[in-house]
Design a protein around this ligand. Structure first.
Ligand code: ZN
Length: 217
């Protein structure tokens, strides 16, 4: 005999959800101090934030004061372990983050960085590469084996391959050399572009194990 269906439960009304906090206004309130800090002061704060993060005493999560403009543009990677706001312990909205796999640049990325520097007055651009980057690993695998990569991923390999070629014969960890070469190449490309002349541009790497951010020479 077939097992009788269980009686359907009478649907109950879902519990009311707590209200969302108000969305921070994009318009600064009257009297807001619009002056941006210096690039050096911003960089000091970002490194202090990284020390809070890696020291286990982050201030997150919290949101920036209403109406303030981002103090830095961060060019970062899409890999999940390295959201810049967490690694640098900054309020959500404090950083204008442009994230692409392997820090690959295109016109949309450059335009977004220019918007942050020229229109919003961010005094600092931080190019933030990271250890054990999947896009770097895929590029090295492609160069080692010659195996094709699917679809749009080919663009990533093409853009990261020059950094890999430049460092292939160096002793040590090829992925680490490629990461550093790619990150500093992006920094130098931004520095050389007159569209970003108003900002200080620095490069750094994130340690995959500890999250520690170190500036690159
Ligand atoms: Zn990555």
């Amino acid at each position: 005999m077939a097992t009788p269906h269980r009686a359907l439960r009478t649907p109950t009304a879902p519990a009311p959800r707590p209200p969302c906090p108000p969305f921070p206004s994009l318009v600064p309130p009257p009297g807001t101090d619009e002056r941006q800090p210096t690039a050096a002061a911003v960089l000091d704060e970002l490194l202090a934030g990284n020390a809070r993060c890696t020291g286990g005493l982050p201030r997150q999560p919290y949101v920036r004061p209403t109406g303030r403009r981002p103090c830095a543009v961060v060019i970062g990677c899409v890999d999940a372990p390295v959201p810049p706001e967490l690694v640098l312990d900054q309020p959500l909205g404090e950083l204008l983050c442009v994230r692409t796999a392997g820090l690959v640049l295109d016109e949309a990325v450059l335009a977004s960085v220019q918007y942050g520097v020229q229109e919003l007055g961010a005094p600092l651009v931080l190019v933030l590469g990271h250890e054990r980057c999947a896009a770097v690993a895929a590029t090295l695998e492609r160069l080692r084996t010659g195996a094709p990569v699917p679809g749009h991923l080919e663009l990533l390999v093409e853009e990261i391959a020059p950094a890999a070629h430049r460092t292939r014969n160096r002793p040590g960890d090829w992925a680490e050399h490629t990461l550093r070469a790619q990150t500093t190449w992006v920094r130098d490309a931004i520095r050389a572009d007159p569209a970003f002349g108003a900002a200080q541009v620095v490069a750094a790497r994130v340690d995959a194990g500890s999250g520690l951010v170190s500036l690159l020479p």
